[in-house]
Design a binder for this molecule. Structure first.
Ligand SMILES: NC(=O)c1ccc[n+]([C@@H]2O[C@H](COP(=O)([O-])OP(=O)(O)OC[C@H]3O[C@@H](n4cnc5c(N)ncnc54)[C@H](OP(=O)(O)O)[C@@H]3O)[C@@H](O)[C@H]2O)c1
Length: 328
């Protein structure tokens, strides 16, 4: 495993995202929540991954509980990250919920406590106060934010009066907005970008087509619109070609491209131990500069259409089509 050293933290370039653990959105079921998730987290630690990312909102606390069980005897191996859901992030609530997360995780210290997203009404200045108190009390080692613009990240730092170690943002070959300012700033200022949805929720594995979109959270993801799956064709072909040259999978190439960027780590979720193992191995995949350039160029031409509105329109048209078929 490779590690990134930033602002006093040492974090594996491939981490483990655990939104999938016990949450309804992914529909992985009870057997996954009770057995596979524990096996995935355990294997992650065996393979040298130390960054495990969860959140109080995932499965309404269930993900944190599963992670807690998985790391119970191995606390010292983990750089443990969780998140505060931004409903009323005022100091007493933040203190109470930080302790509740730690209890579910079975730990006395959170290595990284992140604000899941800025609250549109409560300022970052107020939000950071509770985080500062938890840091001073020793429950929280590092503070992070998520889904923040660069301006908000810097504002959070000013409010905290200390470094805000990381910003967890959507970043992959399919979504590269963060490269405009967030990634360069992190690189120049000893900060960390934690890339979520680094496989564009599995799209970059090349496993899905317009006819095989899974019946889970991905049906609400604009990238999974038939038109966008078509538009992603060139990028997926490029990933497949480079992957076959290395004897690996497109998903591994997509992760390797991300974690070649300094100060960037990725936290892919996994539906099986085999996927976790493949993702961990991507940390060591030696992409060449020319392969990196090729992927960067091709992904720059990927322009997905629409947004949430387009997904709604598409699902409505699908439902209308089903109704018409039933009536004829
Ligand atoms: N801060 C935030 O707002 C935020 C938002 C979203 C996510 N996150 C965090 O980021 C983590 C990852 O993001 P994500 O789950 O949205 O997307 P992701 O990691 O891009 O995609 C995960 C999915 O891709 C598929 N996959 C994973 N490894 C694979 C492999 N080696 N080969 C083929 N397919 C593979 C699996 O689905 P199938 O096998 O079912 O295809 C898996 O569930 C989450 O678990 C969560 O911790 C944070």
């Amino acid at each position: 495993m490779r590690f990134v050293d930033v602002a006093g933290a040492r974090v594996s370039v491939i981490g483990l995202g655990t939104w999938q653990f016990g949450s309804r959105e992914w529909r992985y079921g009870e057997a996954y929540a009770r057995r596979e998730a524990l096996a995935i987290a355990g294997r992650a630690l065996d393979l040298g991954i130390n960054l495990i990312d969860t959140a109080e909102i995932y499965g309404l606390g269930r993900s944190e509980r599963i992670v807690g069980r998985a790391i119970a005897d191995r606390r010292e191996q983990v750089f443990l990250a969780t998140k505060l859901f931004p409903v009323l992030p005022v100091p007493p609530v933040t203190r109470w919920r930080g302790h509740a997360s730690a209890r579910r995780l079975g730990v006395s210290r959170l290595d990284l406590y992140q604000l899941h997203a800025p609250n549109p009404v409560i300022s970052l200045g107020i939000s950071m106060r509770g985080f500062a108190e938890l840091q001073e009390a020793g429950l929280v080692e590092h503070v992070g934010v998520s889904n923040c613009s660069l301006r908000q990240w810097r504002q959070a730092e000013v409010s905290l009066g200390r470094p805000v170690l990381s910003n967890q943002i959507r970043y992959s070959l399919a979504v590269r907005r963060a490269e405009a300012d967030i990634v360069p700033w992190a690189q120049a200022n000893d900060r960390l970008v934690i890339a979520y949805s680094p496989l564009a929720q599995g799209l970059l594995s090349g496993a899905y087509t317009a006819g095989s979109v899974p019946h889970d959270v991905r049906r609400h993801n604009p990238l999974y619109l038939p038109e966008n799956l078509d538009r992603a064709g060139e990028l997926l072909d490029c990933l497949r070609e480079i992957a076959s040259g290395h004897g690996v999978t497109p998903a591994q190439v997509a992760l390797a491209w991300l974690v070649r960027r300094p100060n960037v780590v990725a936290i892919p979720g996994a539906s099986s131990v085999a996927q976790l193992e493949a993702n961990a191995a991507a940390a060591e995949l030696p992409l060449s500069d020319s392969e990196d350039r090729q992927l960067t160029e091709v992904s720059g031409r990927f322009r997905p259409a629409g947004g949430k509105g387009a997904v709604r329109r598409h699902r409505l048209a699908e439902a209308a089509g089903r109704l018409r078929r039933r009536e004829t």
